[in-house]
Structures are given as structure tokens and as C-alpha cells.
Ligand binder design. Structure first.
Ligand code: ADE
Length: 278
């Protein structure tokens, strides 16, 4: 079966299960060498004066939110977007805030990660093929520029740059953990983005992580401890802003002539260590 094609992949987190306003749409089952992605992939054309931008949307937890952060098939998700021809990936997810000046409703264009997950499949390289890609700068600053410009244009409060601590979950953190992460200068806390950033780099995709604050985790003396109820309440506003962000940033990303020269797209040039076979 011929797969639809797209240039920009969108991985949507909790509360983001579709993208409105696209034409020529389809939900497509994509089989990858790493198994099935979280769900079918929704592709469509975002109308623009230049003739449209092809988008591929993948709900990270599946429609209906069926998959825990530990169950998300991160390799299949990134592989599926690559197989559809995506060169750029925007990752959108709900996070807790570890900073008093980042209240719910703020977006953070994350550029660093700390890993507290355990046992997640976090590499495409195994079974006799070894590569070590650089993760010093795990997100694409070119994509970050587009996202930052779009957030400014649509008036969503945001900061550029921030450290995302990825926990295994599914439980939220203890107070001692939350305080520890603050002492490490982490800015936001979530359960999904780091495996994605790693795999996108290995797949030579440009990747930007947009974290949407829903709560203050449990460290803030003046705020209740995070609950699913509070996260869902904050998510509805954030999801609308996330969709507007995609619509505003995609045309610039698609038109950016610097994309093909981006270092993210050559991540494997100096990363393979396995000797070539004769
Ligand atoms: N996602 C949204 N809020 C969170 C929190 N406080 N901890 C981990 N993941 C989250």
C-alpha cells in the first residue's frame, strides 16, 4: 500500500487527539519495523497561499488515551513519521512546572532533558549495528525559532529554553523528588519527551519539544498537589493554543530553506561505530 506523505510530523500529547482545518485528510495504518505506532497516523494538508503544507499527526497515547507513558511505542512512532517522509517533528505535551514563574497555561520551548525513566527502548541501534549520536543539543534550534516566533504572534505566554525532566510514571512525583528536581534546575516535568528526542536524532529528524504547563507538580506551598483532574482542566485551554501554534508555525517551517542543511539531518554522519561488512 502506498503511504500518504507529509513534511511535518506532530506528536500530540494528553488532550490533543486531532488537528482541525486540514484538507485531503486520512487516518492511515503504518506498519514499521518496530511494530505498530500508538495509533493510525492522521495526515492532511494545511491550506496556505503557497499551496499547502502536508502534516502528519500522531496521538502519542492513542485516541482515547489508552497507552501509559511506559507503553508508548516510541520507536514505532518516530519510524512511522520518518516513513511518511517527515523531516521535521513538533512534539507537544503536558508538563508540570518546577518554577514559580511558569504557571499553568505557559508554554516552554524545551531545549534540554534529564532522564529519570527506566527500561524504555530508546535507540534504533541494536543487534549488531552500533551508533552514538550527539545529544549535547537534543532539540533543533531552527525549529525552536519558528515555534518561538509563532507563540509570540499568537500571544501565548512562553519561554524559550528550559530543561525537561522525564520521569517513568505513571505516578506523579513525591515531594522529595519534586524538590530534588528543582535543585537540579529542571524547569518542567513530564513522562514522555526524552525517548522521542533521542530517537528523532537517530532518525535524523529535526525535533522541537513544546511543553504546555498544566500544574505545579507538588512542590509549590501555595498550590494543590497535581491531580489528573487539574491536568485535564488545564489541558483544554492548552490544546486550543497548541492547535493554533501548529497552524501558525507550519508554513514557516515548510518554507525554511535552511532545513536541508540542518545538522540534525546529518546526525549519523559521524556516529556509526560498527565496522562495515565486506
Ligand atoms: N504531566 C503533567 N503534569 C505532570 C507532572 N506534574 N509530573 C509528570 N508529568 C506531568
Amino acid at each position: 500500500m502506498t503511504l500518504p506523505t507529509a513534511q511535518i510530523g506532530i506528536v500530540g500529547g494528553s488532550g490533543l487527539y486531532d488537528l482541525p482545518g486540514l484538507t485531503d485528510t486520512a487516518w492511515t495504518t503504518v506498519d514499521t519495523p518496530w511494530g505498530a505506532p500508538s495509533d493510525q497516523v492522521f495526515t492532511g494538508t494545511l491550506p496556505t497561499p503557497q499551496g499547502g503544507v502536508r502534516l502528519a499527526f500522531l496521538p502519542r497515547h492513542g485516541r482515547g488515551h489508552r497507552l501509559t507513558p511506559s507503553q508508548v511505542p516510541y520507536r514505532a512512532n518516530i519510524a512511522a513519521l520518518k516513513m511518511l517522509g517527515c523531516t521535521d517533528v513538533l512534539s507537544l505535551s503536558a508538563v508540570g512546572s518546577l518554577r514559580a514563574d511558569l504557571p499553568p497555561g505557559h508554554f516552554v520551548v524545551v531545549d534540554q532533558f534529564i532522564d529519570r525513566t527506566v527500561g524504555r527502548a530508546a535507540s534504533f541501534f541494536e543487534s549488531g549495528l552500533v551508533a552514538h549520536v550527539s545529544l549535547a543539543h537534543p532539540t533543533c534550534s531552527r525549529l525552536g525559532d519558528h515555534v518561538q516566533t509563532a507563540l509570540g504572534a499568537i500571544g501565548v505566554p512562553h519561554v524559550r529554553g528550559g530543561t525537561y525532566i522525564a520521569i517513568e510514571g505513571p505516578q506523579f512525583s513525591t515531594l522529595a523528588e519534586s524538590r530534588l528536581y528543582r535543585s537540579w534546575n529542571a524547569d518542567v516535568i513530564g513522562m514522555t519527551n526524552l525517548p522521542e528526542a533521542r530517537l528523532a536524532r537517530e532518525a535524523e529528524l529535526c525535533y522541537a519539544s513544546v511543553s504546555m504547563v498544566t500544574d505545579f507538580d507538588c512542590w509549590h506551598p501555595d498550590h494543590d498537589h497535581v491531580t489528573v483532574e487539574a491536568v485535564i482542566a488545564a489541558l483544554s485551554g492548552n490544546a486550543g493554543n497548541a492547535k493554533t501554534l501548529v497552524a501558525h508555525s507550519a508554513p514557516g517551517i515548510a518554507a525554511d530553506g535552511h532545513g536541508p542543511g540542518c545538522a540534525c539531518r546529518r546526525a549519523l554522519d559521524h556516529a556509526l561505530i560498527t565496522a562495515p561488512t565486506a
